[in-house]
Design a protein around this ligand. Structure first.
Ligand code: PLP
Length: 360
């Protein structure tokens, strides 16, 4: 089976096999990792290794904290606002798809319409969606941060350039973290729900520059307070220990597989093969401009929508599962996270060619 689900998504086979093997006996202790104290020296060693591996994988500078928090991606929609806006702060939200739109809505709910400015950065150019990044340096306003989503999971839109911003950049990297090299120093805060490139859902990774912690915060739930999380090594309350363990295993697998540079090369190749198939056959249509096509979430339509059901049914029978596009946009979506081997993409491409030939 090749699982193209957008999230929770497939995890590396080797990690899942190791986890299965040690499920009932972790670290020679005779009990599962789910059954040991998060404050035990063995578990603390695991968390230290996980942080150190992630720092190495992403070259995270020493003035950034790495936090392992609850609440997935959406948890951070509110945490960012509550931690950084205080009573009088304003933020700018760039909108390039469904998730950045959802982040704005949460920000407005918490901080009020007057404190949240929104800028749509996607246009339809020649019938396809294209990102037009604004020059933020000419905007004469004082924002605490600018928020954007460099990979829109639902829409299949990815932004590869960095923002040129006079304010700290907050990025929702839930669906493209660890998929390509980025320069962390260009960001004030990066967050990611874990369930795509990292591990089980519910966990979120936050990478935050130290000076941002001095921004005024709003009264908020203690478990979402970045300062408390830093002070308590992400253990203010009991953390999601199994998710943390699996994330640690994924980081270790990534390192052994050649790190982010190797993943990036593989991800470019995988995405190119699939987009090439879509572009070659009139049977399939991409609605995203070439320069903004996501490497992680390849969205496409069948020119004849009436065949969607048959496509999904036959794909499933061929072992290619979870290809249905998000309910808000329809069509198809193949998510090609780090764990998807090139063989999965080749199998999908063969299937798509055969399906097109049989149904044209
Ligand atoms: N941001 C992005 C880019 C996502 O893809 C998702 C979920 O798929 C989320 C946020 C929300 O994550 P969660 O469901 O963990 O709250």
């Amino acid at each position: 089976i090749f699982n193209f689900c957008a999230g929770p998504a497939m995890l590396p086979q080797a990690v899942m096999q190791k986890a299965q093997k040690e499920l009932l006996d972790w670290n020679g202790q005779g009990v599962s990792v789910m059954e040991v104290s998060h404050r035990s020296k063995e578990f603390i060693a695991l968390t230290e290794q996980a942080e150190s591996d992630l720092r190495q994988l992403m070259s995270i500078p020493s003035n950034y904290h790495v936090l392992f928090m609850h609440g997935g991606g959406r948890g951070q929609f509110s945490a960012v606002v509550n931690n950084f806006l205080g009573n009088d702060g304003k933020a700018l939200y760039l909108v390039d798809g469904s998730w950045s739109q959802a982040a704005v809505e949460e920000a407005i709910t918490l901080a009020g319409e007057n404190n949240v400015d929104t800028l749509n950065i996607v246009d339809l150019v020649d019938g396809v969606k294209q990102v037009c990044l604004p020059d933020l340096s000419v905007i004469d306003k004082d924002y605490r941060y600018v928020h954007y989503c460099p990979n829109e999971t639902v829409d299949g839109i990815e932004i590869f350039e960095n923002l040129n911003s006079p304010w700290p950049v907050v990025a929702d990297m839930s669906s493209n973290i660890l998929s390509r090299n980025i320069d962390v120093s260009q960001f004030g805060l990066i967050y990611a729900g874990a369930q795509k490139n990292i591990g089980p859902s519910g966990l979120s990774i936050v990478i935050v520059r130290d000076d941002l912690l001095a921004l005024p915060s709003l009264p908020q739930s203690s478990i979402m307070d970045y300062r408390l999380a830093v002070k308590n090594d992400s253990m203010y309350n009991t953390p999601p220990t199994f998710a943390w363990y699996l994330a640690a295993e994924v980081f270790s697998w990534l390192k052994a597989s050649g790190g982010v540079t190797q993943m990036e090369q593989a991800n470019i190749k995988k995405a190119q093969r699939l987009y090439q198939c879509i572009d070659e056959l009139d049977f399939y249509v991409s609605g995203v401009a070439k320069q903004n096509r996501s490497r992680m979430n390849v969205t496409f339509q069948l020119a004849n929508e009436g065949l969607d059901g048959l496509f999904l049914e036959q794909a499933k029978a061929a072992g290619l599962v979870a290809l249905k596009g998000h309910r808000s946009v329809g069509g198809m979506r193949a998510s090609l996270y780090n764990a998807m081997p090139i063989e999965g993409v080749d199998a999908l491409v063969s299937f798509m060619k055969q399906f097109a030939a049989e149904n044209s």
